[in-house]
Design a protein around this ligand. Sequence first.
Ligand SMILES: Cc1cc2nc3c(=O)[nH]c(=O)nc-3n(C[C@H](O)[C@H](O)[C@H](O)COP(=O)(O)OP(=O)(O)OC[C@H]3O[C@@H](n4cnc5c(N)ncnc54)[C@H](O)[C@@H]3O)c2cc1C
Ligand code: FES
Length: 265
Amino acid sequence: MTKPISEPAFIRANEPVGPGLYLMTLEASGIARSIEPGQFVHMRIPAMDDHILRRPFSIYGRSVENGLVEILYQVVGFGSEHMTALSASQSVELIGPIGRPWRPPAAASRTLLVAGGVGSAPLFLLAEKLIAEKREVDVVLGAQTAEALVSRSRYEALLQEPPRCSTDDGSFGFEGFCTPLVKKALVEAESEGRPYGYLAVCGPEPLMRLVANMAAEHDVPCEVSLERRMACGIGACLSCVVKTTSGLKRSCVDGPVFDAREVVW
Ligand SMILES: Cc1cc2nc3c(=O)[nH]c(=O)nc-3n(C[C@H](O)[C@H](O)[C@H](O)COP(=O)(O)OP(=O)(O)OC[C@H]3O[C@@H](n4cnc5c(N)ncnc54)[C@H](O)[C@@H]3O)c2cc1C
Ligand code: FES
């Protein structure tokens, strides 16, 4: 893994793409070149003098040729609200790539990726990588509404087939949480005689816990990307610790991706 660098990143675009959801495109050629799927950047947001802490974000898309990275973010509080006011030509400072990436087993020829909400962001580079490695990739996306399923078309273009989708309000796809779709995919894969060799999940913690349990029931190796609150992002402050079967671990440097069997939920 490459050592994290600090990189000033010019904003190329910062547009609303769904309810409380924005897509920011940044010039950050060093990070675009070196980031591995599942790693993240720690962003210093300008004009937040009374809030000095950086905010962690996954890389949703990148173009190595153009030196660009994309962040799909949800407005949840002070920092993300501030980000919405940033415009092209302003810059932010990024430290990255940070953390442990996704590590699908080499033998996993069929894989299942499960995302709830903006959990779809850290899974997209993984989907690209798995497809480049000629592995089979199935995707389940869950969101509150059809408008919030903002990454659906991007996944569809990559997979060349629609991902399985659910919405809480039934406005697109299966009505309800996405967990029944995950169960169905696991059962179908088994009955086809081609079970999944790997499952990656990112989203709200209750979703990740349920999906990790399903993966364990079906004996499928599973990784989760935990979204702990972070302060330093370099393993020094212990604000992001996670309880695991081998003791407390720092989500920023020992994660954010963990083997699901290690996590004490
Ligand atoms: C490794 C990692 C990758 C992430 N990737 C993305 C991403 O791609 N897109 C995205 O939208 N968000 C992502 N997040 C979450 C994002 O960092 C937080 O939403 C952001 O820091 C909130 O900052 P704020 O100042 O807007 O909110 P604050 O004002 O600090 O907090 C507002 C609310 O958000 C909650 N919150 C704050 N930080 C987090 C967090 N880390 N996880 C969960 N809830 C939090 C708080 O408990 C509070 O309820 C990621 C988090 C981690 C740890
Ligand atoms: S954020 Fe400081 S140790 Fe992880």
